[in-house]
Design a protein around this ligand. Structure first.
Ligand SMILES: NC(=O)c1ccc[n+]([C@@H]2O[C@H](COP(=O)([O-])OP(=O)(O)OC[C@H]3O[C@@H](n4cnc5c(N)ncnc54)[C@H](OP(=O)(O)O)[C@@H]3O)[C@@H](O)[C@H]2O)c1
Length: 365
């Protein structure tokens, strides 16, 4: 059996933590002896034991000659749990095979060096591309403090997210809507605008799938969302953060806070808009490592114009409506050389719809 075989299993295990471990990374670990897996584990939930500890918990004693496969370098610092490095050293593995070095400045190669100093053979970089892709949100967050930003929309084939009257329910089919709820559950926060709240009164929860509800962040510079809106309900299950201006109506701010909803008041630039880089940085400080931008058009355009997006998920329905609300508004691009560029990572069918999942490779600026 090759190193790839065991690392693939560790990656499979790591993915089981999706939607439950952030802002920590997803990590899987496998202990192998004489070509057989004798124990395995993964990081199940934020604040709970790490993958290496869970794998070691399956063994009374690590037999001599056993190897550890782990998708990410073991941690060397005290967080919510003790450092995995100490347990890995104590287990006296003959060989530790690591998918990728942990870019977290608190770790970044320190555990690898400590293992080598202790005489353990260490191999780094087995299936590194897959290990990096698994934790793309974590990698951005831990190195920049900014959450990983995914822009998601459901549009007609002719590029509209609503009709000219603002009607958009439903553009995509039921299967795509379940997919969208699953996508929500994999993010720490959802971002939407007051226009969407006024038109659609969405709940912005994950009620059609199993998984946690992200924080609902609403850009509402004029505090237009009515207090009866669904985003203000069920704060115990899905929290909401209203982002508004410093000078927004103090009475309405108090009323909103009275509902148990958090209000973030930000400076507005000359065009009355918030600096979205600043907003995302502030969300990062609240341990939000990933944000799903759900629209509408005003918010999507703002996020793209601020060059904040990392990923775009477009659900394209086989429908044509002619004039309507464009998915993306004015970006002031006058020649094709200045177009934003993407690489499609996955193209799939979802009932009658198509889902295009791409990463931004060429930003606006
Ligand atoms: N098909 C889909 O996937 C989908 C998803 C969501 C919504 N929709 C549709 O989209 C429509 C709503 O879109 P919309 O464009 O009217 O509204 P919107 O994007 O939902 O919300 C616009 C609000 O966000 C504010 N905003 C945006 N960027 C900002 C920034 N950088 N700083 C401060 N405030 C900012 C706007 O402020 P200003 O007014 O000051 O610019 C405005 O108050 C509805 O018809 C809805 O059905 C479709």
């Amino acid at each position: 059996m090759s190193d790839q075989y065991f690392m693939k299993r560790a990656l499979y295990l790591a993915r089981k933590g999706a939607g439950y471990v952030s802002p920590n990374p997803m990590v899987g670990a496998v202990i192998e002896k004489d070509g057989k897996i004798i124990a395995e584990g993964y990081h199940r939930r934020y604040g709970e034991a790490h993958a290496e500890a869970n794998a070691l918990a399956g063994l009374k004693q690590v037999p001599p000659g056993a190897k550890l496969y782990v998708t990410l370098e073991p941690c060397s610092h005290h967080g919510k749990t003790p450092p995995c490095l100490e347990r890995v050293l104590a287990a006296k593995f003959s060989h530790v095979i690591i998918g990728m070095e942990d870019p977290n400045p608190l770790v970044s190669g320190k555990s690898i060096a400590a293992l080598r100093r202790a005489g353990v053979e260490v191999t780094v970089g087995v299936m590194e591309g897959d290990c990096r892709a698994l934790n793309e949100s974590f990698l951005k967050y831990v190195t920049t403090g900014m959450p990983f930003i995914t822009v998601k929309f459901a549009q007609t084939l002719d590029g509209r997210i609503a009709t000219s009257t603002g009607h958009s329910q439903w553009i995509s089919g039921e299967r795509s809507r379940r997919f969208a709820h699953k996508l929500r559950s994999l993010h720490d926060a959802i971002l939407a605008g007051a226009g969407t709240v006024l038109h659609d009164d969405p709940e912005l929860t994950t009620r059609h799938v199993k998984g946690r509800n992200p924080l609902r962040v609403i850009l509402d510079p004029k505090l237009e969302a009515p207090l009866t809106a669904k985003i203000f309900q069920n704060q115990d299950r899905a929290a909401t953060l209203i982002v508004t201006g410093i000078r927004s109506f103090p009475d309405k701010c108090s009323q909103i806070r009275g509902l148990g909803v958090d209000v973030l008041q930000m400076d507005q630039e000359e065009d009355h808009l918030f600096d979205l880089q600043e907003l995302f940085l502030r969300l990062g400080q609240r341990k939000i490592s990933s944000v799903l931008v759900e629209g509408g058009s005003g918010v999507i355009t703002s996020v793209l114009r601020a060059d904040c997006a990392d990923r775009v998920v477009a659900i394209v329905a086989p429908k044509i409506i002619g004039a309507g609300l464009d998915t993306v508004g004015e970006l002031h691009i006058t020649s094709m050389e200045r177009a934003m560029g993407l690489r499609f990572k996955k193209v799939s069918r979802s009932g009658d719809d198509i889902i295009l999942d791409g990463r931004i490779t060429k930003p606006l600026s």
